[in-house]
Design a protein around this ligand. Structure first.
Ligand code: ATP
Ligand code: MG
Length: 558
């Protein structure tokens, strides 16, 4: 049960309905159209629909709202089911489709005709648009609006039987062509589409419109609260109109909340599918996309996504949430559960000239600095090591506490070393550092209590595992790319960088998709698609700190 204080406005309504006895069980539905993959905005709807039912002991349907054949596919259906499960929700035996109700919807349409509140229109699409009027001008009645019930029944049956071509006729509700709400100007109920349906096969050549099918499907399933985003607010009178006309046994109530938008990305299936089809990203589960499958492949834990939408809250206010807020949730979860490992992303060789060539010492390393339950592991240490290129600077400023010529640094879980000589290639690039180690400074057991300011990570050359590491960054350079006319112009050209990294040997045995922390670098996980045992591929889930926040602050001079 949610705490009374922290209930959002929808939960308040729902709990009131339980307390007043209006309902004794809450029934909700999550109704995606299978025309694309689910994204972070859907996470909010899923957590609300499934969450509020679960916490009140109610039920939730996963209903595929498949009234638009042609755009929909079984691939999307499978992806949706997979994503909802992965997020931690279960619909039990309540997986349904709007198309499961096509027979009932057809019968109900006949009922509307018989009541004289629906008619078959034979205007062309252009004429219908013209007759519809505008926001400032009322529409006009179609010359076919007053057809007799018999004629309407006959034409609708023949539409069903496939006698007419697409667009030749349309079944419309007979409401009010002068309504200030355009949705009430005799909206379409059924249209002719001679295409097969991904779930219903080729039985139908007429398909119900969303507004008609949606409310009735809610009623058929006994949905008590039909929760949707604000763009459906103007459709609510129509939702209610169909229910008023048909008086189904159960009467659902539609309540709208604001969409969740995430900065520097887009949450429109149409635009996401453009990115996929144009090859801007590799697939629907490209780790840069805000799709649930992309975020899963990226390594975001489901608990982080749930925590994120909870923090965002259910409201009626517009939401453009900082990417940093999502990344903070990811770090919060991974910080506690990800074991620490060492990896070098941009390797620079260090040779310890005073270390025996054939010697290997096993260094004990903690798997989690704050949680001894994670245990320890052994890291091989040898004469030749990889360190991060960034951890060496030739002309270092005074406050650079990593390695510099003549300077000292501690190798984490290892020794203090001093840089004696810098080896360069013909072009003047630094290719190797010749260093000496202080044998008295071994971590944990050393006899010297000498301290140095900096500690850096390293991997033994002879034991390292080569891996491809993908470093992801935000996909757009503009905070609200959805508002830019052509989002292609604001794509971040550096959203993916691929490096050849060296990993400590234990990472070769890392199983599954669980994330680890590469010390000082961020959280990483094996890629679910491209990773192979002989050629590991890791994705960077998230950096350890919000580097953009730092940059933005620097740019502002504070
Ligand atoms: P898109 O605009 O990306 O195509 P949609 O609204 O058409 O999204 P649906 O498959 O119809 O996608 O959405 C299923 C449910 O998820 C609906 O109830 C819808 O209101 C909700 N939903 C979609 N996008 C968001 C969002 N950004 N924030 C919160 N809920 C959303
Ligand atoms: Mg929609």
């Amino acid at each position: 049960m949610s705490d009374t204080e922290t209930r959002d406005f929808i939960r308040k309504i729902i709990y009131d309905d339980l307390e007043s006895g209006k309902h004794d069980e809450i029934v909700t539905r999550f109704p995606p159209e299978p025309n694309g993959y689910l994204h972070v905005g859907h996470v909010m709807a899923i957590c609300l629909d499934f969450g509020v039912a679960a916490e009140t002991g109610g039920r939730t349907y996963l209903r595929l709202d498949d009234t638009n054949p042609g755009k929909e596919s079984p691939e999307f259906v499978e992806a949706i089911k997979n994503d909802v499960h992965w997020l931690g929700f279960d619909w039990g035996d309540r997986l349904t489709h709007a198309s499961d109700y096509f027979d009932r919807l057809y019968e109900s349409a006949i009922e509307l005709i018989e009541k004289g509140v629906a008619y078959v229109d034979s205007l062309s699409a252009d004429e219908i648009r013209e007759y519809r009027g505008t926001l400032t001008e009322p529409g006009r009645n179609s010359p076919y609006r007053d057809r007799s019930v018999e004629e309407n029944l006959d034409l609708f049956r023949r539409m069903y039987e496939g006698e007419f071509a697409d667009g030749e006729h349309l079944l419309r509700a007979r409401i009010d062509m002068a309504s200030p709400n355009m949705n009430m100007r005799d909206p379409a109920i059924y249209r002719i589409r001679h295409i097969p349906h991904q779930n219903a096969g080729d039985k139908w050549c007429i398909y119900p419109m969303y507004d008609y099918a949606h409310g009735l499907s809610d009623a058929y399933e006994g949905i008590t609260h039909s929760l949707c985003t604000l763009e459906f607010e103007d459709h609510r009178p129509l939702y209610d109109w169909f229910l008023d006309q048909l008086q189904p046994e159960h009467r659902p109530r539609q309540i709208e909340f604001s969409r969740l938008n995430l900065a520097y990305t887009i949450t429109s299936k149409r635009k996401l599918s453009m990115l996929v089809e144009e090859g801007v990203v590799s697939a629907w589960d490209d780790p840069r996309l805000p799709t649930i499958s992309g975020m899963r492949r990226r390594g975001y834990p489901p608990a982080a996504l749930r925590a994120f939408v909870k923090r965002a809250g259910v409201t009626k206010k517009d939401k453009l949430i900082e990417l940093g807020a999502l990344e903070t949730c990811v770090r919060d979860v991974l910080g506690d559960i990800a074991p620490r490992r060492m990896a070098v992303l941009r390797p620079l060789k260090v040779v310890l000239t005073n270390y025996p060539a054939d010697q290997v010492e096993m260094m004990e390393a903690m798997n989690h600095p704050a949680n001894p339950d994670f245990g320890t592991r052994e890291l091989p240490f040898s004469r030749e090591l990889w360190i991060e290129q960034d951890d060496f600077m030739e002309d270092a400023p005074r406050k650079f506490f990593r390695l510099k010529p003549g300077g000292e640094v501690r190798l984490r879980f290892g020794y203090i070393i001093r840089c004696d000589e810098v080896v360069k290639d013909d072009q003047g690039n630094v290719v190797e550092l010749r260093c000496s180690y202080d044998p008295d400074t071994r971590s944990g057991t050393g006899t010297s209590d000498r301290k140095v300011k900096g500690t850096i990570h390293w991997v033994s050359c002879g034991h390292a595992v080569d891996a491809t590491v993908r470093l992801y960054d935000r996909l757009f350079i503009e905070a609200n790319p959805g508002a830019v006319e052509d989002f292609h112009e604001v794509l971040n050209p550096n959203s993916l960088e691929v490096v050849s990294a060296r990993l400590e040997p234990s990472l070769a045995e890392l199983a599954g998709a669980d994330a680890v922390q590469f010390e000082r670098l961020g959280y990483f996980c094996r890629d679910s698609e491209d990773d192979r045992d002989d050629a590991p591929v890791f994705n960077r889930v998230v950096t350890l700190r919000d580097s953009w926040a730092k940059l933005e602050k620097a740019a502002l001079g504070n």
